[in-house]
Ligand binder design. Structure first.
Ligand SMILES: [Zn+2]
Length: 359
């Protein structure tokens, strides 16, 4: 499809009203518009939410949605992306009920565990036997210890272990790594240690019973070097973790843009009726293309500057011009993070820098 046609089509879709549209209608009629990023709250309002000794006190999820029989989506809050406060990070979760057990998608932080468990228990009494980590970031994996206590075994694409070895130096070596840094700001990590998934796969793994087939897949790297997705071929549902998001939530801290764009092609090729991103609202088959469109807009701008022989220091002052270009693009703007940087690697400026360094 020509870019211009796609942009027009997606713009029309993005303009569709969402309220009251059932999931099936969203899936077939078009892309749900990503949420606008929340305006940062004043400090006083934040203080009431941030109870360092009781992070669970701020955990209020939207009610879970049954997106197909026995397949659930629990949307995490997105306030972190406006505040940058680690106490507020929550990923989206999902769970799939098999004949005898449950597969949970992403571990979240330990503080979110009891709330997620409570929601799962409203839908089934079957044991949560597996938890799939879509990548190594804390909001998707640091809760593994909590789920192990519930009897669940964590599973991931094998590249995730390499990422843990790179960044979790407190676990694999002697120097404090990311877990130790985060533990200074999140009291819910106390009483737990990092728990790398004990089960990994090379390209794919199937969990199947008489009634259901779930494919755990590595479709390529991008958001991290350890990205994995969950594909339900019969239901046409794809859980992408943070390798495909729906809205301005892209963190480029460990990203590789060159491989990420083709990985998104592989997601689009599955044509999922419903795409569950790691953060943001439910998406569909067009969500990967929308994210790619933002990536390409930034990539092409950075690449042209680099080819012209410019240094990052030279292009940094001109990033506001790129911001204007993206702000005027009806698709790309839905992935544009408002300035300034509110978390490491999380801003247009950080995206430009990471792309500049990795192309
Ligand atoms: Zn995440």
């Amino acid at each position: 499809m020509q870019r211009r046609t796609l942009v027009k089509k997606l713009a029309a879709i993005a303009a569709l009203p969402l309220t009251g549209i059932p999931v099936a209608a969203i899936a077939h009629k078009g892309e749900p518009a990503p949420e606008a990023i929340a305006t940062p709250r004043p400090a006083a309002a934040q203080a009431t939410l941030l109870q360092p000794d009781d992070p669970a006190s701020s955990l209020v999820f939207d009610p879970p949605q049954e997106i197909a029989p026995g397949v659930y989506f629990l949307k995490g809050k997105t306030t972190y992306f406006a505040s940058g406060n680690l106490q507020e990070v929550e990923c989206n979760n999902g769970w799939i009920i098999f004949d005898d057990f449950v597969l949970l998608i992403d571990a979240n932080y330990p503080a979110a565990g009891p709330t997620i468990l409570q929601e799962v228990r409203k839908t089934t009494n079957k044991p949560i036997r597996f938890v799939f980590n879509t990548h190594h970031h804390g909001d998707h994996l640091y809760g593994n210890g909590y789920w192990a206590q519930q009897g669940a075994t964590a599973i991931a694409y094998e590249g995730l272990i390499g990422e843990l070895q790179r960044f979790e130096t407190g676990y694999y070596g002697t120097n404090p790594g990311r877990w130790e840094q985060v533990a200074q700001k999140r009291s819910d990590l106390k009483g737990f240690t990092l728990l790398p998934p004990p089960v990994t796969f090379k390209q794919s793994m199937v969990i199947e019973d008489k009634h259901r087939r779930v494919e755990l897949l590595h479709l390529g790297t991008g958001h991290t070097m350890g990205d994995g997705v969950v594909w339900l071929p019969k239901e046409s549902i794809l859980f992408t973790g943070d390798s495909c998001l729906n809205g301005p939530y892209n963190l480029f801290r460990d990203a590789d843009i060159k491989s990420w764009i083709p990985t998104l092609d592989r997601m689009a090729a599955l044509k999922p009726a419903i795409l569950i991103p790691g953060h943001g609202a439910l998406g569909n088959a067009e969500t990967p293309e929308r994210q790619q469109h933002y990536f390409r807009s930034v990539y092409e701008w950075v690449s042209a500057a680099k080819k012209a022989g410019k240094t990052f220091e030279q292009i940094a002052p001109t990033i506001p011009a790129l911001r204007q270009i993206i702000a005027a693009d009806p698709i790309a703007v839905t992935y544009l993070i408002p300035a300034p940087e509110i978390a490491p690697g999380f801003s247009l400026e950080a995206h430009v820098k990471r792309i500049f360094e990795t192309i």
